[in-house]
Design a protein around this ligand. Structure first.
Ligand code: ATP
Length: 233
């Protein structure tokens, strides 16, 4: 579904992603793991058109989307659930969900909102409430639901567990697992390597802007270096 070939990303003169190559097959959950600053978020942002690729090629279902605009990439079928949730704080929960479907021109938005509220009952209870007044966990659920409202073929999650209490992190993990079982294709960046590798069919380990290891989630969980550096045992 997604192919990234020899991608380089730079901020000004400073290159932070040094020619990485990865792919995500339809129906897979793929995780990018690695330390702070290793280049995972920059990779995601380049895929989503939020920052330019310096060189390399990104394609979705065979179609070149390298350096396409963010809104064109959403229309092409990729949505991002961003780090820090970034809900629209002054808009209601309902309006945030409607914004997720902004690029769609079909008549099924109302029924999709209903479906999201069945999936996340707390959003139904809070439908008229300003999104900025929700708890962190509720905002994460809203950000995930808003991303799904675009009916993406590839759903990207950037650090969904960041700053959340352990009980809520477990809920976020279970939610991503449900989305995977719905048949969605998922690309996940997560500091919580234990959770990411449990959820992922395959994973790539990033270090200093390069991919240094790849394998199934289970293989990476068992890899001695990963276990020592990222899983704490
Ligand atoms: P994190 O989990 O902290 O987000 P990451 O693996 O996602 O880490 P990136 O956020 O992609 O890493 O950062 C890669 C490098 O790029 C880091 O050295 C970071 O300081 C730098 N960087 C990130 N954003 C910018 C920016 N807007 N301007 C300049 N440098 C940046």
């Amino acid at each position: 579904m997604l192919e990234v070939n020899d991608l380089r990303v730079a901020y000004g003169a400073i290159e932070v992603v040094h020619g990485i190559t990865l792919n995500v097959q339809a129906g897979e959950c793929v995780a990018l793991v690695g330390a702070n600053g290793a280049g995972k978020s920059s990779t995601l942002k380049a895929i989503c058109g939020l920052i330019p690729a310096k060189s390399g090629r990104i394609s979705l279902e065979g179609r070149d989307i390298t350096n396409a605009s963010g809104h064109a990439i959403v229309k092409a079928g990729i949505t991002m659930c961003p780090e820090g949730r970034q809900v629209f704080p002054q808009m209601s929960v309902l309006q945030n969900l409607a914004m997720g479907a902004y690029a769609r021109r079909d008549a099924e938005q109302a029924s999709d909102i209903d479906e999201m509220m069945d999936m996340f009952p707390i959003l139904r209870d809070r439908a008229g409430q300003a999104a900025g007044t929700l708890s962190g966990g509720e905002q994460e659920m809203l950000a995930i639901a808003r991303a799904l409202m675009a009916r993406p073929r590839l759903c990207i999650f950037d650090e969904p567990s960041l700053g959340l209490a352990p009980k809520i992190v477990a809920e976020v993990g279970a939610t991503i697992d449900r989305i995977k079982k719905m048949g969605k294709t998922i690309l996940l960046v997560e500091q919580n390597a234990a959770m990411a590798l449990r959820l992922a069919d395959r994973a790539y380990l990033f270090e200093a802007g390069e991919i240094v290891l790849t394998g199934t989630g289970a293989e990476l969980q068992k890899h001695p270096e990963v276990a020592k550096a990222y899983l704490g045992h």
